[in-house]
Ligand binder design. Sequence first.
Ligand code: ARG
Length: 285
Amino acid sequence: MAETMSPAIERTVPRVLMCAPTFFEVSYVINPWMTDHVHDTTSERSRRQWDALRDTVSRHADVALQPAAEGLPDMCFAANAGLVFGNTFVPSRFRYAERQGEEAHARAWFSRHGFDIVDIAEDVFFEGAGDALFDRGVSRRLWMGHGHRSDPAAASELATRLDIEVIPLKLADPRFYHLDTCFCPLVDGYTLYFPGAFDAASLASIEKHIAPHLRIPVSEHDALDFACNAVNLGKVVILNRAGPDLRSRLEGAGFMLIEVALDEFMKSGGAAKCLTLRLDEVTGV
Ligand code: ARG
């Protein structure tokens, strides 16, 4: 839909990468969510839910599509392709062989689209924007989850190679195996997080770095509904589901919530945020 805009008020439209679930299924188990769901998804249902997410995201961002590849059922989780920082792309190095085939596809797509590829050391596991999330209040600050998928060494690798501050957070609950399942920086410095997913030192670090009025703790119930796995575009927050308390807390902070049912993808351990990858995560670097 065309929008009338005064040339004086320039609006930057966020850019987001997605990858259709053409070959999505649960055919192996690499996280606890997948355990009871092998061959339990249908392509009609996953396609319908993904289309609804893409349509919703498209109303608030420009969506680019990475072609899906046969035999790589988790490739629709675009967040795991790597980490985008300005025009730099740091490709993931997946822990499990089942997903390692995605690496070459991501590398090719980002080179083709003009990004500079910066690699971290070959022996360090790193699962991209699934575990590495930029703060949206403090510039050049990256929150880095480790303990399940990414190695702790990825934090220092990224700090050196990108010249940024990296705050490592140790994930302690196997259900929240990627940082983006339990932590979500929002604009203006607000941060959604499920306290039970972190070890004590990491929780203390979150509390030290984020002012109390900006912290939005999420209940276990909401966390299990993937409320922290939210796509934040300006003041819009797109997520699978949020309970009434969380909804009013977010609305009180000026956010508009949009729920998109993504239960078919939750069987694989993912929802809204990890089906997307922000392509303009940090600008002006
Ligand atoms: N089945 C996928 C895996 O275990 C789900 C990935 C979800 N991605 C995320 N960033 N949370 O790798």
